[in-house]
Ligand binder design. Structure first.
Ligand SMILES: NC(=O)c1ccc[n+]([C@@H]2O[C@H](COP(=O)([O-])OP(=O)(O)OC[C@H]3O[C@@H](n4cnc5c(N)ncnc54)[C@H](O)[C@@H]3O)[C@@H](O)[C@H]2O)c1
Ligand SMILES: O=C(O)C(=O)C[C@@H](O)[C@H](O)[C@H](O)COP(=O)(O)O
Ligand SMILES: [Zn+2]
Length: 348
């Protein structure tokens, strides 16, 4: 079974393959023999995989309880956190127990934050079931929720103790949700790996699925190991996100994360190319890669309206906001812009 180990303060394994859901109980039992497990999921994933996971845990001798919240970004908030804390309290979850996130990026981010904050921090396992969650959100320990003030503004860095990517679960994932993950995979290619970018741009991701998952996870592993707390290098993983998060928020989260990041990558690269800061032709390559999966590359509104939301970005430090720009496809850099110049910089 392909395994990638992330060497953070407490190293953890990421297993990638088919059928991991069925062996999850035995693997978790081997890691934490005495722990009780609280599975956190959403209603859609619960209907598909909740029973299989509980069965796997119980047949390995693990006492398990489960909580499911309504699926979608609309649940990634403090109200869901409160519901989870109540459930953990009623279920008697102690510091020697663990949480299991079964689902996409929303479930992973919310469960990770619950694990980081319940009793000031307990262990958690990620079992990602979307392509996006497998290649990005289940790895690296960024957890959190959206608030009225903005996207992902409340959260914690809290690493999982194990990640199980069962690629068989992708068989039920609707194409629309799958494409959100493709946008993040295109991001990895654009900032770090031109060959990966070209493979994705050819439209052939499904023919190379496990290879793409392994490559993206390994790129994320390396980045997180070098800059766990997002102080420099890791910010490159935010390519397209300053605009993307603002687009998500401006739409009331009707535009999905992956779609918004795709538009953000194309918009910022068109602009940096026009300013002579990125190799000519890069934006057209991103447009083509997104188009291969039917994804948009233009913001359907005035970029100017996004500036207030962009000012809440976590890459803002005092009077400057750091953008991620491509030198060319496969290489990126940090580019601070004075807050007073953001409007003209993005061409608004
Ligand atoms: N922490 C990080 O590093 C990080 C990285 C990238 C994105 N994110 C966050 O991840 C979230 C987006 O994640 P997402 O795209 O996975 O969305 P999501 O979690 O909302 O899942 C999308 C939909 O797919 C359904 N689903 C999940 N697995 C399924 C399966 N196997 N079969 C059928 N349906 C399934 C879900 O119920 C949901 O309706 C955003 O909130 C984003 O901010 C976090
Ligand atoms: O892991 C990271 O670092 C990332 O930036 C990955 C992003 O794809 C992800 O969307 C992340 O949650 C955004 O981070 P944020 O710090 O801007 O909220
Ligand atoms: Zn993202």
């Amino acid at each position: 079974m392909p395994t990638i180990t992330v060497h953070t303060a407490a190293p953890y394994d990421i297993l990638i393959g088919q059928g991991l859901l069925q062996s999850a109980g035995a693997r978790i039992r081997a890691l934490r023999p005495k722990a009780k497990a609280a599975v956190i999921t959403d209603d859609r994933v619960d209907g598909l995989y909740g029973t299989a996971l509980i069965r796997s845990l119980e047949s390995a001798g693990i006492e398990a309880v489960k909580f499911a919240f309504p699926n979608g970004e609309g649940s990634k908030n403090l109200s869901t956190m409160q519901d989870i804390y109540r459930f953990l309290n009623e279920s008697g979850i102690t510091r020697s127990d663990l949480l299991i996130a079964l689902g996409g990026g929303v479930v992973g981010d919310v469960t990770g934050f619950a694990a980081a904050s319940w009793l000031r921090g307990i262990d958690f396992v990620q079992i990602p079931t979307t392509f996006l969650a497998m290649i990005d959100s289940s790895v690296g320990g960024k957890t959190g929720v959206d608030t009225a003030e903005g996207k992902n503004l409340v959260g914690a860095f809290w690493q999982p103790v194990l990640v199980l990517c069962d690629s068989a679960t992708l068989s039920t994932l609707p194409q629309e949700n799958f494409c959100d993950g493709v946008a993040e995979a295109i991001k990895y290619g654009a900032i770090f790996d031109e060959a990966l970018f070209d493979l994705l741009a050819s439209g052939a991701v499904k023919e190379h699925l496990e290879q793409v998952i392994r490559r993206c996870v390994d790129l994320k592993r390396e980045t997180v190991e070098r800059d766990e707390r997002d102080t420099g290098l890791r910010q490159l993983l935010n390519f397209g996100h300053t605009l993307g998060h603002a687009i998500e928020r401006q739409s009331g989260y009707a535009v999905s994360h992956g779609r918004a990041v795709g538009i953000g990558m194309a918009e910022i690269t068109r602009r940096s190319e026009a300013l002579g800061l990125t190799a000519p032709g890069s934006a057209a390559k991103i447009e083509r890669a997104l188009a291969a999966y039917g994804m948009a590359d233009r913001y359907d509104g005035n970029l100017c309206d996004l500036v207030p939301a962009m000012l809440g970005d976590k890459k803002r430090h005092g009077a400057s906001l750091t953008f991620i720009l491509l030198d060319k496809i496969g290489r990126a850099r940090l580019h601070p812009v004075p807050v007073s110049e953001i409007g003209p910089f993005i061409g608004a």
